[in-house]
Design a protein around this ligand. Sequence first.
Ligand code: SAM
Ligand code: SF4
Length: 329
Amino acid sequence: MLVDTYGRVATDLRVSLTDRCNLRCTYCMPEEGLQWLAKPDLLSDDEIVRLISIAVTSLGVTEVRFTGGEPLLRPGLVGIVERCAALEPRPRMSLTTNGIGLGRTAAALRAAGLDRVNVSLDTLRPEVFKALTRRNRHHDVLAGLAAAHDAGLTPVKVNTVLMTGLNDDEAPELLAWAVEHGYELRFIEQMPLDAQHGWKREGMITAGDILTSLRTRYALTPEDAEARGAAPAERWIVDGGPHRVGVIASVTRPFCAACDRTRLTADGQVRDCLFAREETDLRGALRSGAPDEEIARVWRRAMWGKKAGSGLDDPSFLQPDRPMSAIGG
Ligand code: SAM
Ligand code: SF4
């Protein structure tokens, strides 16, 4: 098992399949993009499947989330999912995506064994989408969402980041739309993980702001704490149910004490936290011919030293060198 000194057990593995992306969300990366990882540095499909296999068969991982960058840009994605679905025990598998291209691949991903998707969408207004992502692809995301729903990649969850002056007035409208389409909406507080280091606590929209805005139109009842488990989202029952809305308040209501995550970057580094400043290299071990038991041992050791919290509230907090898109959000 992947246990740390605080007794937490990591059973949820986030795998970044690429650091590249076809959008340029302002809270994530600059307009010109980033220096992408070189191809030889990326794990191959075989290497990714081998590491996931070790995680699932030897380290107690039960959930695998594919992410990035934009994971749909990874040519081998469907094959990776298919091979992971054949593992014993079979992990539950989901994908976090911006939805572009999901219209074409949702059915194949479902057939390969993917269980669910989280699609990121911050606005219902095409012109705001263009301002937020610097690309004119709103329609593709909506088509991707509908295809995911039709393919049975359910519950389809929608991740939304609210940004001051851009889409901070849209929370109730987004919830009405999500309820209508049967999507589960989750607001994510903006975190200091952008490549440009432009995040400011004073400028962010907090969970409190989001709830105040939603309550102008909806009655929200907190779901009981037990139902939450290690999930990052706190959930509220909307107008008596059955619909729920979630808020991931990583900044103002951190949930580090219940964290069950371990992360693998596209170049084969283990991270014990989104905000970690240190990583452990698994790619080197893999490429030097280490057996599975040795790789499992390195992974266990990497997680053992996980800190109690993200350190965001500490005056000495330093943003990690890798931005969110290269860590795998
Ligand atoms: N490209 C995919 C997508 O956008 O869904 C997967 C990777 S993206 C890094 C994963 C999630 O992180 C998205 O829901 C995105 O909105 C969120 N995200 C990116 N930068 C963020 C930031 N600075 N603060 C909070 N969430 C962020
Ligand atoms: Fe790309 Fe996702 Fe970052 Fe937006 S949040 S730029 S879609 S990686």
